[in-house]
Design a protein around this ligand. Structure first.
Ligand SMILES: [Ca+2]
Length: 184
């Protein structure tokens, strides 16, 4: 009997945890049936990937000018998404498996075709796989807050150290968010 109550409590705690995570946040972006969730809490790329999977999604798939532009303008119009997320947001792009070949996590290995997304801020073309702080180089890709706010950041792609902690963007497909416009 007591055992049953314990199990029920654990299930209830899980449901509460999930529902609090899934609740529409003011920072959410709904595009068609895809829900983008922006997290300012800083995590390594791998922890961010796990969190998105836990939510039933994946780190965001950004492989076109139109998707990039929607996310960029959302970041620039929701003021509190600035400046507090490790100077950038992780998304799904990485070259962990094969140096120089950029694929999206959770897609079965779709390769990047939108090369115009890369940053050339501060006179440096990205990706540069910098080994300055880690001999393994940079294998995870962020939307970089450059130029820094209060200027208007371009949020272009920049390869960074996977172990760095940054904000992150999850996407949840078939979320049912379509039809009602922007949940935020
Ligand atoms: Ca690399």
């Amino acid at each position: 009997m007591r055992h049953n109550i314990c199990i029920r409590l654990v299930i209830m705690a899980c449901v509460l945890h999930l529902s609090s995570l899934m609740n529409a946040a003011a920072t959410d972006l709904c595009d068609g049936d895809t829900l983008y969730k922006f997290f300012k809490i800083k995590k390594t790329w791998d922890s961010a990937r796990e969190e998105c999977e836990f939510l039933g999604g994946r780190l965001a798939f950004i492989n076109s000018e139109s998707t990039h532009e929607k996310i960029r303008s959302h970041l620039n119009s929701v003021g509190n998404l600035m400046n507090s997320a490790g100077k950038g947001y992780w998304f799904g792009l990485n070259d962990i498996d094969n140096e120089g070949t950029y694929t999206f996590v959770g897609t079965g290995g779709i390769e990047l075709t939108y090369d115009a997304g890369w940053s050339s801020e501060r006179g440096r073309q990205q990706p540069n796989n910098s080994m300055k702080k880690d001999p393994n180089g940079q294998d995870c890709v962020q939307l970089w807050e450059q130029p820094p706010s209060p200027q208007t950041p371009k949020w272009n792609f920049d390869d960074a150290y996977c172990s760095n902690k940054k904000g992150y963007i999850c996407e949840i497909q078939n979320s049912g968010c379509g039809g009602g416009g922007n949940l935020g």
